[in-house]
Design a protein around this ligand. Structure first.
Ligand code: GLA
Length: 379
C-alpha cells in the first residue's frame, strides 16, 4: 500500500510537471534596440517598441519606417511574430531588396517605363524593375532615415521631407506617418503629406505576413477573402492594361473565402505572368471612408487578420519572389510563398491611366490615407 501511494504520487508529480510545461505560453521575444543603434547619413537610427493594453507588441525602426516584429496571440494564448524581417540593421542593409515591413513611396507599385506627365511636363523616374519604376525607385522611402518621435507607449510618429526631384519626383513632399498599436489589436498606419509643387503620391506599407508566425512554412493554407469583384489585369511587365476585369469564374476570385493556394497554380494567364498572385484588387468602397479590404484566417492557430483602408485598391502579393535565399529572425530561410503582402494603395500606373482614381497632389491640398491591420481569434 505504502509503495502504491509513493508510486501514484510520483506519477502525479511527473505528469503535473509535464502538464505545467505544456501550458507555459510563448511570450514575445523582443529584439534589442541596440541591434539597430547606428548612424546613417548623419541621422540616428534605432528600434522603437509599442505595446498595447492586452500585451500585443510591435517593433519599428526609423530606417525605412520598417515594422521589424509584430507579436499577437493565437487561440491558445501563445504569441507569434506575424511579420518577416531581420534581427539587426546590418541585415536590412546587406540583404537583397525585399521591402520587408517598409514604408513605400513616393509611389508604391509600378509606373510604366518610369514616365508620367503633369500639365504637359514629362518627368522621368528611375527604372528599377526591368523597364518600369517600382516602389519609389532606387532609393525609395524604405531606404531613408525618418525622424521619429515616440508619442506614447502605443504610438510612433515618423516624418520625412522628400526633396524636390528626389528619384525624379517634382515638389518637396513633407510626409508624416503614424503607427499606432491600438487596444483593439489593430496596427493602424496613417499617412499625411503636403507638397509645394504639383506631384504624385501613393504611399503604402509592405509587411510580409505569415499568421502561423514568420519562418513557419507556406501560406497556401491561409483562408483568404478579398472584398473586390474586380482587379486590374497586367501585361507581361506587370503594368495594368487599364481594364477593370471581373474576378468571377477566374482563379483571381476571393469574394468567397478560399485557401490562398487553392487556385494559385492554375494555368491562367494572369497567374503565369505574376508567378502567382501579384495583382491590384479594386476594393468595394464604403462612401463613408474606411472599408474592409481583406480578411485572412489561419486555421491551425485561429488567428485572423482583417485589413481596413481608405484606399481604393490593394496589391495582393503571394511571396512569389521569396526563394529561401534570405534567412530571417528565427534563423530559418524564408521560402517560396512563405508570406503574403496586402499593400493598400491607388492602382499601379495611375499617373498614366486617366480612367483610374487620381494620385495627383496639388499644393495647398493634403494627402491623407489610413490602413488598419486588425488581429483577432476565430470564435
Ligand atoms: C510588390 C510587387 C512585387 C514585388 C514585391 C517586392 O508587391 O508588386 O512584384 O516586387 O513588391 O518583392
Amino acid at each position: 500500500m505504502r509503495y502504491l501511494i509513493i508510486l501514484v504520487s510520483s506519477l502525479c508529480l511527473f505528469s503535473c510537471k509535464n502538464e505545467k510545461k505544456s501550458i507555459s505560453k510563448m511570450t514575445p521575444k523582443l529584439i534589442a534596440a541596440a541591434n539597430f543603434d547606428t548612424i546613417i547619413e548623419g541621422k540616428k537610427v534605432t528600434l522603437y517598441t509599442l505595446k498595447n493594453k492586452s500585451g500585443a507588441q510591435t517593433q519599428i525602426t526609423n530606417y525605412g519606417g520598417t515594422v521589424v516584429s509584430l507579436w499577437v496571440q493565437d487561440k491558445e494564448g501563445n504569441y507569434g511574430d506575424m511579420v518577416l524581417g531581420h534581427n539587426t540593421i546590418a541585415e536590412y542593409l546587406n540583404n537583397p531588396k525585399t521591402y520587408f515591413g517598409s514604408l513605400i513611396g513616393r509611389y508604391g507599385n509600378r509606373i510604366a517605363k518610369g514616365k508620367f506627365s503633369i500639365n504637359n511636363i514629362e518627368y522621368s523616374l528611375a527604372t528599377n524593375n526591368n523597364e518600369n519604376h517600382l516602389h519609389g525607385g532606387t532609393k525609395g522611402y524604405d531606404a531613408v532615415v525618418w525622424d521619429a518621435k515616440q508619442m506614447d507607449a502605443q504610438t510612433l510618429e515618423l516624418k520625412y521631407l522628400s526633396p524636390d526631384l528626389e528619384e525624379g519626383y517634382p515638389g518637396n513632399l513633407s510626409i508624416t506617418v503614424q503607427y499606432q498599436l491600438t487596444d483593439a489589436n489593430e496596427l493602424k498606419v496613417e499617412y499625411w503629406a503636403t507638397t509645394d509643387k504639383t506631384t504624385i503620391v501613393n504611399l503604402t506599407h509592405h509587411s510580409y505576413f505569415n499568421l502561423k508566425g514568420e519562418g513557419n512554412g507556406t501560406i497556401n493554407d491561409h483562408l483568404v477573402h478579398i472584398n473586390a469583384s474586380r482587379f486590374t489585369p497586367v501585361d507581361a511587365s506587370l503594368i495594368p492594361t487599364g481594364v477593370l476585369a471581373l474576378v468571377k469564374d477566374t482563379p483571381m476570385d476571393f469574394t468567397t473565402t478560399k485557401p490562398l493556394g487553392k487556385d494559385i497554380n492554375a494555368d491562367y494567364e494572369q497567374l503565369n505572368i505574376g508567378l502567382g498572385y501579384d495583382h491590384n484588387y479594386v476594393l468595394e468602397q464604403n462612401p463613408t471612408g474606411i472599408h474592409l479590404a481583406a480578411r485572412v484566417t489561419e486555421p491551425t492557430t485561429g488567428r485572423i487578420m482583417e485589413l481596413y483602408t481608405s484606399e481604393p485598391g490593394v496589391q495582393f502579393y503571394s511571396g512569389n519572389f521569396l526563394d529561401g535565399d534570405v534567412t530571417g529572425k528565427s534563423n530559418k530561410p524564408y521560402e517560396y510563398r512563405s508570406a503574403f503582402c496586402l499593400e493598400t494603395q491607388h492602382y499601379p500606373d495611375s499617373p498614366n491611366k486617366p480612367q483610374f482614381p487620381t494620385v495627383v497632389l496639388h499644393p495647398k491640398e493634403e494627402y491623407h490615407s489610413v490602413t488598419l491591420y486588425k488581429f483577432s481569434i476565430v470564435k
